[in-house]
Design a protein around this ligand. Structure first.
Ligand code: DGL
Length: 268
């Protein structure tokens, strides 16, 4: 292995999301690839992403990707369905590192499930983009995809209100809406929604819900390996966390998926 290869292999992998949601992917990644050096960026200042325009979301993503470029990352994981749905096609060729979008990376596996109807809970922007239906139908046109926007759920998670009456009532209403399509599986199409699983299972069994995190991380691992980008170091990888607002809240709300050792750095 030459020196250049060693430097690139040990370069960090960046992750971003509007807030703690992407940690549902990040935590699986750290378990599966503990030797990688990682950087996580939570854009709490602009959260929730789900009700923003494509132009706004493109601006946020470019700013974060430029920050990741300054950190000399070897790859960036878009651990955010909303950005994957709306921005990935615009920015995918603009950087000299690999970019992994969650929806496009998971669609092939999800489309191989033996089901005729799949429901998607996601943000308004993701549902409006039609990205899940488009990507799944690309591989399997026989699956019907029905999406329901859940515009309040990100805020319930970021405000520690997942067990409030208001949140449970909203989950019940959204579940009734999606149940009308008789879905065989329901994708949690926003990285914040696995934080609501303990309440979603009040209305349907856990096997009904697909959290794409594991599928996504398996895909990333395989792709890094095929491109000779894995870190071969035996040491546990370093971690850096950044947020654009509310560092203490981030650390507190992250707990369910990932215990941060320190309060993240504030950078905008
Ligand atoms: N967690 C993100 C997603 O997967 C964005 C949620 C939001 O900020 O509205 O879509």
């Amino acid at each position: 292995m030459d020196n250049n290869e060693t430097k690139l292999n040990s370069s960090p992998i960046g992750f971003f999301d509007s807030g703690v949601g992407g940690l549902s992917v990040y935590s699986v990644f750290r378990k599966l690839l503990p030797n990688e050096n990682t950087i996580y960026y939570g854009d709490l200042k602009n959260m929730p992403y789900g009700n923003k325009t494509k132009e706004e979301l493109t601006g946020y993503a470019k700013k974060i990707l430029n920050f990741m470029a300054s950190k000399e990352v070897k790859a960036v994981v878009i651990a955010c369905n909303t950005s994957s749905a709306t921005v990935y096609d615009i920015i995918k060729n603009e950087y000299n590192f690999k970019i992994y979008p969650i929806i496009q990376s998971c669609a092939k596996v999800i489309s191989s499930y033996d089901v005729d109807t799949i429901g998607v809970f996601a943000t308004s922007a993701t549902i409006k983009s039609g990205a899940y239906a488009r990507e799944i139908e690309k591989y399997n046109p026989n699956i019907k995809v029905a999406g329901i926007a859940c515009p309040r759920w990100t805020n319930f998670v970021e405000s520690s209100l997942t067990d409030s009456e208001e949140c449970i009532e909203d989950i019940k209403n959204k579940y009734n809406e999606i149940a009308a399509f008789n879905p065989r599986k329901i994708i949690l199409g926003c990285t914040h929604y696995p934080y609501l699983l303990h309440n979603l299972t009040k209305f349907a069994p856990e096997e009904m819900f697909i959290d794409p995190a594991k599928i996504f991380v398996d895909y990333i691992k395989k792709d890094l390996s095929e491109n000779n980008l894995l870190n071969h170091s035996k040491n546990i990888g370093t971690e850096e966390f950044f947020v654009s607002a509310n560092p203490k809240e981030f650390k507190k709300n992250a707990k369910l998926f990932y215990e941060l050792k320190n309060i993240p750095a504030l950078i905008d």
